[in-house]
Design a protein around this ligand. Sequence first.
Ligand SMILES: C[S@@+](CC[C@H](N)C(=O)[O-])C[C@H]1O[C@@H](n2cnc3c(N)ncnc32)[C@H](O)[C@@H]1O
Length: 353
Amino acid sequence: MPIKYLGSKRRLVPVLGALCSASGARTVLDLFTGTTRVAQACKRRGATVTAVDTARYSEVFARCYVETDAASIDLDALETELARLDGLPGRPGYFTETFCVTSRYLRPENGERVDVIRDAIQLDHAGSWLEPLLLTSLIEAADRVDSTTGVQMAYLKQWAPRAANRLTLRVPELLAGPGRAVRADAREVAADLGPFDFAYLDPPYNQHRYFTNYHVWETLVAWDAPKHYGVACKRVDARDASTKSAFNRKREMPAALRECVEAVDARLLVLSYNDESWIALEDLADMCASRGHAEVLAFDTKRYVGAQIGIHNPQGEKVGSVSHLRNTEYLLVCGERPEVERAIEASEAICTT
Ligand SMILES: C[S@@+](CC[C@H](N)C(=O)[O-])C[C@H]1O[C@@H](n2cnc3c(N)ncnc32)[C@H](O)[C@@H]1O
């Protein structure tokens, strides 16, 4: 089961990979990388990828899947250490108390295992090449047994059946080749990272903040036992301006996005968009005009799982229903006209299946 992430482009990955290959890209920028799924697809196709995001956990994923070269690490050492950590007996600490007793992200027996494993990573591996690999394995293991609908703003009233499974560490599926992980605000770094052959931009388009929706992962990485508030036990710094994104503010988002679209140095730029966004598709196309020709590809896709099962209040009770279950995802492909047309033509077989 792939990791649960709002706006994850899992379904569009084959198309994005095809566009990347069709453009002959050797260098790729994934500017809002999230799970790094798209960055991984491009790396798998031989590109050197730079993956950018503001989230701590996303930097960890990028250091694991994008920056780590599978061909140059000691896989035995990784497997041995994961097996040792996996075998440690649980011990309750901040994580268990906060996310398994005060709130219900994991069952306490799994929370105790998170506490002991995360303490051991801190003690034995802080700053080492193994650290992002072990942390990624731990976050993915927690995600497989969590009791959420895919976001961490509220937990299910009844434990999810998967929560009864034992939290188990697995070896992340690493990729060969070089790459770069950058934790930064896209607006601040967009102009200075290139040049690139291919850039993919997949920003948030509405008020749903990643910092609060994935606050448990932020805390798992920071391991700073923050004070918390609300039924979901969110980090108190979720209230700080420094943890808020211009892309989650209706008035600021269009200008922030325009800044990035104009600043990125790339031959071909692909922008993700969906029809639940604050901005109109025509305005987005207009924004891309500065880059030359723009074509729009549309995909009907299932909405994220939280919406599919209804609207819940913080107690996990269903308080409304969802107006529609399907939405449309768009990819705007921009650059010099022949290049755009060539890339689209070469990826067409996949787009139409
Ligand atoms: C729609 S998600 C990207 C999903 C990703 N393409 C995937 O498949 O997993 C948007 C991402 O933008 C990040 N983000 C929000 N504001 C940002 C900013 N100002 N600079 C860089 N990243 C930002 C969020 O942390 C989130 O991971």
